[in-house]
Design a protein around this ligand. Structure first.
Ligand code: AMP
Length: 453
């Protein structure tokens, strides 16, 4: 079905043509007419499926009809979990709006940078606000904007909004919105928290489910390579060089590891840089811009930093450390193979993370042959013992879990509960100090990450 049949006006069709979109993706074909009708939408769409345009295009179309004369009022509010995603969605809106007959003002606001320029930018109002929840509330508290005119609320990557601890902020924001409004919820997965939000929020929603089947799944070759943890950096370097990869996004578990592995690769002559949540916003933007421009060949990133990134022509994603949950695996590998391009996703698996990877495979209904690279065959055959109360779940400990672990430790002092890792601190080393430690087998449960604003 061509874009012309979806009910979008000519300037929007021209904008998608200018971006060389030939036809709508399945999520666009299903969601755009529903949003234009004013229906609520519940979309389970994988990352890279074109979901941003699935809400941005019809919202711009609605704006043309909705926009009253007089001062600008916020007509649509889009909430997304990370700064990078917010910035990216803001850019997409602007690109799609470029041929519209009236200028559309899109404000993209997120934490980690000074609030003042954002307050200034909101003077005179905005038509569309894209925001991380914490910064949005800060701006409301500063009377920089009012949400009382929002006609459509979009929750993008709703599962990750909960993962990152934004539940309280979401509730506060919902209380500030008009009761009568359209709600669009996009999520790659629907864990219980998202399901209950969906049933509380959505009225008679149009369900859009884009099945992850070979026909619609991005063209991603998934591979699992067995390697001992201390040899991962060397193997990574070997793979980059022998395959001559032009750009590689490498996921590691900690901020420390991003820096450390980047440093080692740089010493080996590869242009590598780190991307993690504790870098300043300027440094993050720069790292990303350099990677996108091909100035940096290897980007070492934590999940938080890499969430939602849209990097055109990213051929390879490497799970240097395995993701915590099967859901994170889906998100990570979705960074490559976007919008019809092919890509490769490689996971490093060791004796200690073998069981965890099996769980990821099971939940994602995949089964990958284990490969070994000559010269890097693993020698560590036995998995380290599972820690007390461990379990390789895709879930962080809640207060009850922590309490239970504490009680168990008190009742049985001979089996100490695993000490939680302090953010930013390295675990005690039992592998050579030169390699970042593999976190999963030893620390299956990291403490909750501090909320990002
Ligand atoms: P998203 O899932 O929204 O992050 O989009 C993933 C990528 O697909 C982005 O680079 C979009 O520009 C691109 N894209 C979105 N819609 C289409 C389309 N209909 N045809 C080709 N590419 C698209």
């Amino acid at each position: 079905m061509p874009f012309a049949h979806l009910g979008l006006s000519e300037p929007l069709q021209r904008a998608v043509a200018a971006r060389a979109y030939l036809a709508p993706t399945p999520v666009q074909a299903a969601a755009i007419p529903a949003v234009l009708r004013g229906a609520d939408v519940w979309a389970s769409a994988q990352t890279g499926s074109g979901k941003t345009a699935a809400f941005a295009l019809p919202l711009l179309e609605l704006l043309l009809t909705r926009r009253p004369g007089g001062p600008r009022r916020v007509s649509a509010l889009v909430l997304a979990p990370t700064r990078e995603l917010v910035a990216q969605i803001g850019e997409s809106f602007r690109a799609y709006a470029r041929f519209l007959p009236v200028p559309v003002k899109v404000a993209a606001v997120f934490g980690g940078v000074s609030i003042n320029p954002q307050m200034m930018a909101l003077r005179g109002g905005a038509d569309i606000v894209v925001a991380t929840p914490g910064r949005l509330l800060d701006l409301v508290d500063h009377n920089a904007l009012s949400l009382s005119t929002v006609g459509t609320l979009v929750l993008d990557e709703a599962d990750r909004l909960f993962d990152l601890g934004f539940a309280d902020e979401l509730n506060r924001i919902l209380a500030l919105l008009p009761a009568r409004r359209q709600n669009l919820l996009f999520s790659a997965t629907f864990p219980p928290a998202v399901q209950s939000l969906a049933s509380a929020l959505l009225r008679d929603p149009v369900r859009v489910e884009v099945p992850v089947e070979p026909a619609t799944k991005p063209d991603i070759l998934q591979r699992a390579i067995e390697v001992d943890p201390p040899r991962r950096t060397q193997l990574l370097r070997h793979l980059i060089e022998t395959n001559d990869w032009s750009g590689v996004l490498v996921f590691v578990a900690t901020k420390y590891a991003t820096e450390h592995v980047a440093e080692k690769l740089r010493k080996a002559g590869l242009n590598a840089t780190a991307l993690h949540g504790e870098l300043s916003q300027g440094a993050r933007t720069q790292a990303l811009a350099d990677f996108k421009a091909g100035k940096v060949r290897v980007l070492l990133a934590t999940d938080v930093a890499a969430r939602g990134l849209d990097i055109a022509r990213l051929p390879v994603v490497v799970n240097y450390d395995l993701p915590r949950s099967p859901t994170d695996y889906t998100h990570r590998i979705g960074r490559t193979g976007r919008a019809g391009e092919s890509g490769t996703a490689i996971s490093f698996v060791s004796a200690g993370t073998h069981a965890h990877f099996q769980l990821i495979e099971k939940r994602n209904r995949i089964s990958l042959p284990r490969e070994q690279v000559p010269g890097f065959e693993p020698v560590e055959l036995d998995a380290p013992p599972s820690p007390a109360g461990g379990g390789i779940k895709g879930k962080r400990p809640n207060k009850k879990d922590k309490l239970r672990a504490k009680l168990a430790a008190e009742q049985n002092p001979a089996v100490p509960a695993p000490a939680p890792l302090q953010p930013g601190k390295r675990p005690a080393a039992s592998v050579p100090r030169s390699e970042p430690k593999e976190l999963f087998p030893l620390l299956p449960r990291l403490p909750l990450r501090p909320r990002r604003r």
